[in-house]
Design a binder for this molecule. Structure first.
Ligand SMILES: [Cu+2]
Length: 174
C-alpha cells in the first residue's frame, strides 16, 4: 500500500511527442517480431534443427576418426582437417578449444557435426556472427555452404570456465 493514495482518474492518455515515441517503439517491436520467422526461412543462416543423441565418448571417437582420415596439415599442434566436398565434417567443443581446425572448399556443401564432450559451449563464427548452442549429448548437424574464401575464427560465447577466453578455433575456406 502506498503512503499516498493516487488521485482518482490519474491516468492521462499520452499525447504529442510521448505518443509518437510509443508508436515508434511499438512499430519497431512488430518489425523485429516479424523478422524472427522471416529470417529463419529467408536468411539461410539458421539451423534446421537436425540433431541426434550421442554420448560424449562416441562423439569424441568420431572426431578422432575424422581427423585421422582427413588430416592435411597442422597449425601450432592443431590438426587441419579437410573433409571431402559434400561429406561430413566434425567439430568438437571442449574446455577450452574447438577441435580440429577445418579446411573447406568454397561453394561446396558439408554436413558439419558439432557437439561438446564436457559442458555447454557456444559456437560463434566470426566475423559473420553466426551463433549456435553446443551441448554435450547432442550431435547438432548444420548444413553449411561457405560462399566466401578466407580464414574465419570460432570463439566460444557461452562462459565455460577459467579458460573460456582462450577457446578459439579456425575454419579456412579455399
Ligand atoms: Cu566454451
Amino acid at each position: 500500500m502506498s503512503i499516498h493514495a493516487p488521485e482518482a482518474n490519474w491516468f492521462k492518455p499520452p499525447s504529442g511527442a510521448e505518443r509518437t515515441w510509443i508508436g515508434l517503439a511499438l512499430a519497431w517491436c512488430l518489425v523485429l517480431s516479424i523478422m524472427m520467422p522471416y529470417w529463419h526461412f529467408k536468411g539461410k543462416q539458421n539451423s534446421t534443427g537436425d540433431s541426434y543423441r550421442v554420448t560424449p565418448a562416441a562423439f569424441a571417437a568420431r572426431v578422432e576418426q575424422f581427423v585421422k582420415t582427413n588430416k592435411v596439415a597442422e597449425i601450432n599442434g592443431v590438426p587441419v582437417v579437410e573433409p571431402s566436398p559434400g561429406g561430413d565434417a566434425y567439430l568438437q567443443g571442449q574446455m577450452w578449444r574447438w577441435y580440429p581446425a577445418l579446411k573447406l572448399r568454397v561453394n561446396q556443401t558439408y554436413r558439419l557435426h558439432i557437439s561438446s564432450t564436457d559442458l555447454q559451449h557456444g559456437f560463434s563464427l566470426q566475423p559473420m556472427n553466426m551463433n549456435f548452442q553446443v551441448l554435450p549429448g547432442y550431435d547438432h548437424v548444420l548444413t553449411i555452404t561457405p560462399t566466401m574464401k578466407g580464414e574465419y575464427s570460432i570463439v566460444c560465447n557461452e562462459f565455460c570456465g577459467i579458460g573460456h577466453h582462450l577457446m578459439t578455433g579456425k575454419i579456412i575456406v579455399e
